[in-house]
Design a protein around this ligand. Structure first.
Ligand code: UDX
Length: 432
């Protein structure tokens, strides 16, 4: 099929590349000419495992193209996907101005029947507004249908998530549009759930909120474990073995971050409020998440007595491993909080240092060339992101390099027993 993806950010670029990978002809549109030029030159603006090679392969195979012309994209394709940003507003609600503008721009170039698919994460009832906007600006009165098709990809394993989805959700009130979108996904082996548009939009917010709920739940359990001498990892294994609960997303730590969970939960709380159904449970999920990193900082302060003037090494800046994304990262919050109390922080991250420096996210922190370099003369080491490579560090050498062998593991990455056998004073989450 001939497909157009408007917006070449995380979702748009990964979706476009994977659609081309399964054989579709894909035009990715972006209004940032610099990004279009980069992509045309084969440069990928984000770090995502596997993405670079499938973009190169499909550009070479003439199945993937980049342009800044919405008209070209709409003219040359049967189905048009909207994958533009929906950033949060100060009150937690979602800024839909990018979606609204693209809907108008599509309407103004629409000549024949097109299916307009919303892939951006949006509050419920947005699809209705998109259809209304297109009707208003569609001077030629060309026929169209609007469909909601939320994505569930995770950063760091986005290509895998898209190529092998758990399910494909199609929110549509038109059989013609449903059939076309089903055809787009024919090459992907996954259950297809066809619903109305509102339900499809709600599935995305509800799914992300439920995952965040699981994380805040296990983080709450971790506090009870600390107070009772139990082990949160064992408790998570014990409850997670129940298929009705599942072990995934029960990893206790310093809290969730990233460009999705914090934003989607705030948006879901705002839209629920607007609909007259305040979602108190999600406010508690937010509160637990917010206070989880504060508790962790409290542990560090208690052990070091005073943070002012202390040399602290921090491993990890990204919001999770296997990505260069530092948006709403708890690790970044932690580094700034420690420096706010006067600590001297030296950081290392395999992929996130460049963006952290470009965006000046940790002003005053020094950047190390390796985990060991970061820990040189440190009075404490904090693990903030669970990059696998941190487990492969030479811990004997680490002990020699540090001023004090004191570790605070905010992601339960290391084995407490082994770490203590190396002579470290080791603290983690929910484990005595
Ligand atoms: C999330 C959803 O998983 C994905 O389906 C949706 O499409 C977009 O939002 P992502 O933000 O990439 O994906 O990251 P995810 O792997 O979900 O992790 C989110 C945050 O939760 C990270 O900060 C991670 O460290 C934290 N987390 C995750 C935990 O603290 N514990 C866990 O058990 C799992």
């Amino acid at each position: 099929m001939k497909l157009c993806i408007i917006g070449s950010g995380y979702v748009g670029l990964v979706t476009g590349a994977c659609f081309a990978e399964v054989g579709h002809q894909v035009i990715c549109v972006d209004n940032d000419q610099r990004k279009v030029d980069m992509l045309m030159a084969g440069e990928i603006p984000i770090y995502e495992p596997l993405l670079e090679e499938i973009v190169h392969k499909n550009v070479a195979a003439q199945r993937l193209f980049f342009t800044n012309s919405i008209e070209k994209g709409v003219d040359e394709s049967e189905v048009v996907f909207i994958a533009v940003p929906t950033p949060p507003q100060p009150d937690g609600s979602v800024d839909l101005s990018y979606i609204e503008r693209v809907a108008r721009e599509i309407a103004m170039v629409l000549k024949d029947y097109r299916v307009i698919v919303d892939k951006s994460t949006v509050p419920v009832k947005t699809g209705e507004k998109v259809a209304e906007a297109i009707r208003r600006y569609n001077r030629k009165g060309a026929p169209f249908d609007v469909v909601s098709n939320p994505e569930f990809l995770r950063e760091g394993c986005a290509v895998g998530d898209l190529m092998k989805p758990d399910r494909i959700v199609i929110g549509s009130s038109s059989e013609r549009a449903t059939a076309l979108v089903k055809k787009v996904y024919e090459p992907f082996i996954a259950p297809v759930l066809v619903t109305d548009i509102n339900s499809a939009e709600l599935i995305k917010h509800a799914a992300n909120s439920f995952l965040a709920l699981k994380i805040s739940y296990i983080n709450m359990i971790s506090r009870i474990c600390e107070a009772s001498g139990a082990d949160v990892e064992k408790v998570a294994d014990g409850i997670g073995a129940d298929k009705r609960i599942g072990r995934s997303f029960l990893n206790a730590g310093i809290g969730y971050g990233g460009s999705c969970f914090p934003k989607d939960i705030a948006a879901f709380i705002a839209i629920s409020e607007q609909l007259g159904e305040p979602f108190e449970l999600l406010k508690e999920v937010q509160r637990i998440n917010r206070t989880q990193s504060d508790r962790f900082i409290g542990k560090i302060r208690e052990a070091l007595w005073v943070l002012k003037g202390k040399k602290i090494a921090v491993w990890g800046l990204t919001f999770k491993p296997d990505t260069d994304d530092v948006r709403s990262s708890v690790a970044i919050h932690l580094v700034n909080h420690l420096m706010g109390e006067g600590a001297m922080v030296r950081v290392y991250d395999p992929k996130g240092m460049e963006k952290s420096q470009q965006l000046n996210l940790v002003p005053g922190a020094s950047f190390a060339s390796s985990p060991l370099d970061a820990a040189q003369d440190a009075e404490a080491l904090v693990i903030a992101t669970e990059w696998k490579e941190f487990t492969a560090v030479d811990f004997q050498e680490l002990k020699k390099r540090m001023h004090t062998p004191l570790i605070f593991d905010g992601r339960n990455l290391l084995d407490p027993l082994v770490t203590r056998q190396f002579g470290f004073d080791y603290h983690s989450i929910g484990r005595r």
